[in-house]
Design a protein around this ligand. Structure first.
Ligand code: KG4
Length: 339
């Protein structure tokens, strides 16, 4: 019998609902919240209010596009954490209410695991692009930078992670000091295409093992701007593309150096990337380059699965459903959690 899962994602500033039937995505609807742009970052209270407004229309649209009715659903999978508490509460409460009304099962999903699991979403029935186990996954988003050893759908070990800021945060905060709009990552990516990546030398961390650090880079970028603006107040405007290219290439080098080390030490050459920063063109080019140079087999997610989306929640829920790992209705969401 077919298993049909409705996924709900509301951990940050995207309200999303998706339907998956037996690994195949039938719909994936995402309502992004433009309200935060004016503030240069996500405002938690505004995010939860927007989720409340969006959740019902987004779920209705996801069911409609999938051509299923609520009665066709086997279970509802929802992001339980980590994320913003007010935002998580909206998706969690909706999922609990919906499953209670329909008398179907509830599955809780870890948002970080879901980013990795995005690689198992089939976009059509014969889609066979999934990585084999074990593989390494570089998870790079606004809140996380981790190297994960993935042994099965539910066995994942973090072997390296940031000790301070995430890679996405480095993109966004450096973009902000240049006066670029939020989120800065995609804007830096676009401007970097016109710039010289060797124009400015920025500091790289010396951290043992597979861990990352991006706070030193942020400070070095800030000091560079401060010193140069003293000489020329129009420095940023005149050098925007070179600054973006130098920043982007430094972030990518930092990410790839540790990943290369992890591949060497584990001997695992199947390497995937996930999370918002995996949309970055230089990250993608570096993966292709390492594949050619070092014989890696690389897995780059389609752009629609890089940022927060409910299809990744639904596929994670699907495998938990097969394992009979259900969620008690009394369980609360969590803002912070390890993988
Ligand atoms: O995974 P995500 O949507 O949200 C979470 O943090 O969970 O990731 C958002 C992050 C932001 O920092 C954004 O600037 C970054 O992903 N991002 C990019 C690009 N597209 C999104 N960073 C660099 N280049 C991009 N093309």
């Amino acid at each position: 019998m077919s298993i049909t899962i409705l996924g709900i994602e509301s951990s940050c500033d995207d309200t999303s609902a998706a339907v998956i039937r037996d690994e195949v995505m039938l719909s994936n609807v995402i309502a992004s919240q433009a309200v935060h742009e004016a503030y240069g970052g996500v405002v938690p209270e505004l995010a939860s209010r927007a989720h409340q407004q969006n959740i019902i229309p987004v779920v209705s649209e996801a069911l409609k596009r999938a051509g299923v009715t609520p009665e066709d659903l086997s279970a509802v999978a929802f992001t339980r954490g980590p994320g913003l508490m007010g935002s998580l509460l909206v998706g969690t409460s909706f999922a609990k209410g919906f499953t209670t009304a329909l008398n179907i099962l509830l599955v809780d999903v870890n948002h970080l695991q879901a980013h990795v699991m995005a690689h198992f979403i089939k976009r059509f029935p014969d889609d066979n692009t999934q990585p084999p186990f074990p593989f390494l996954c570089l998870l790079v988003s606004g809140g996380n930078s981790q190297i994960i050893k993935v042994e099965s759908y539910n066995e994942m070990t973090v072997i390296g992670q940031t000790i301070d800021d995430a890679a996405g945060e480095a993109f966004d905060k450096c973009a902000k000091v240049m006066g670029l709009p939020y989120p800065g990552g995609p804007v830096v990516d676009r401007l970097a295409k016109e710039g010289n990546p060797k124009a400015f030398a920025l500091s790289k961390p010396h951290i043992p093992g597979f861990d990352y650090s991006f706070s030193g880079l942020k400070t070095s970028f800030l000091y560079l701007l401060r010193d140069k603006i003293k000489e020329d107040p129009d420095f940023i405007e005149k050098n925007k593309c070179d600054l973006c290219a130098s920043l982007q290439t430094t972030i990518v080098d930092i990410l790839m150096d540790k990943l290369y080390k992890a591949v060497k030490q584990t001997g695992i050459k199947h390497v995937a990337v996930a999370g918002g920063v995996s949309a970055n063109s230089a990250v993608r080019a570096a993966f292709e380059d390492y594949a050619r140079k070092y014989g890696w087999t690389v897995y780059l997610p389609p752009f629609s699965f890089t940022t927060d989306n409910a299809a990744m929640v639904a596929i994670t829920g699907y495998y938990k459903y097969l394992d009979k790992e259900f969620c008690d209705i009394a369980k609360a969401p969590f803002a912070r959690v390890e993988l």
